[in-house]
Design a protein around this ligand. Structure first.
Ligand code: ZN
Length: 212
């Protein structure tokens, strides 16, 4: 999990959702709920995917074209009807995270929300595993509820670590400056915010003393 930022509140997709949200909120309690599913609208989903670089907001798995991802309510819509169309309550998640989380919500120990929390303050990334920082009950709860060290995730992260380890090896060994720059570029792709499991690649690069 890495820190994510929201797009501007003046983004046209957000403005349109706000318009529908006002209509939806006004219709609560009536027989006809208006725009109840507008959170799934194509432009909203596209914006959420853009913000997360096409990755799950929780586990950093790439959302594929085969499975286009779920629009996630950070505070579940079943408990927080008023936040159903609140853009600041939406994110994009993979099928597995969405189904592990379901409607779970803890007011005292909320899940780590990468838009409003800094995941680096709650997690450490050691090899292919994610651990909570000592004392972070929320970090621990997030790892356990979403099974972030299960579901085949460590195996997939290990492939990324093997890749960056190879790139680091070649970077450190390169004498030719052109080749060194090429390997540096390769490393930057692994640790870039749009790379799958970039939190693990970054932690590995840091542990190897890589300082761009
Ligand atoms: Zn996920």
């Amino acid at each position: 999990m890495i820190k994510l930022d929201r797009s501007s509140t003046t983004n046209p997709s957000r403005i349109e959702l706000r318009r529908k949200e006002a209509s939806y909120l006004a219709s609560i309690g009536s027989a006809n709920l208006r725009y109840a599913n507008a959170y799934k609208d194509g432009p909203v989903k596209a914006l959420l995917l853009h913000e997360s670089c096409g990755k799950c907001m929780y586990c950093e798995s790439q959302i594929t074209h085969i499975y286009p991802g779920d629009v996630e309510h950070i505070e579940p819509k079943i408990h927080f009807e008023q936040r159903r169309l609140d853009y600041d309550n939406l994110g994009i998640s993979c099928w597995s995270c969405n189904h592990e989380k379901l409607d779970e919500f803890s007011a005292t120990t909320p899940l780590i929300d990468p838009y409003n929390d800094d995941p680096a303050g709650h997690f450490i990334f050691i090899g292919q595993f994610i651990r909570q920082r000592p004392g972070s009950a929320r970090g621990r709860y997030t790892i356990e509820l979403l099974k972030l060290n299960d579901r085949g995730l460590p195996e997939r992260r290990l492939r990324v670590i093997d890749g960056i380890a190879y790139a680091l090896e070649r970077y450190e060994s390169a004498i030719n400056p052109v080749l060194k720059r090429a390997f540096e570029h390769e490393i930057e792709i692994f640790i870039g915010r749009c790379a799958e499991y970039s939190a693990f690649a970054r932690a590995y690069a840091r542990a190897c003393g890589y300082n761009p």
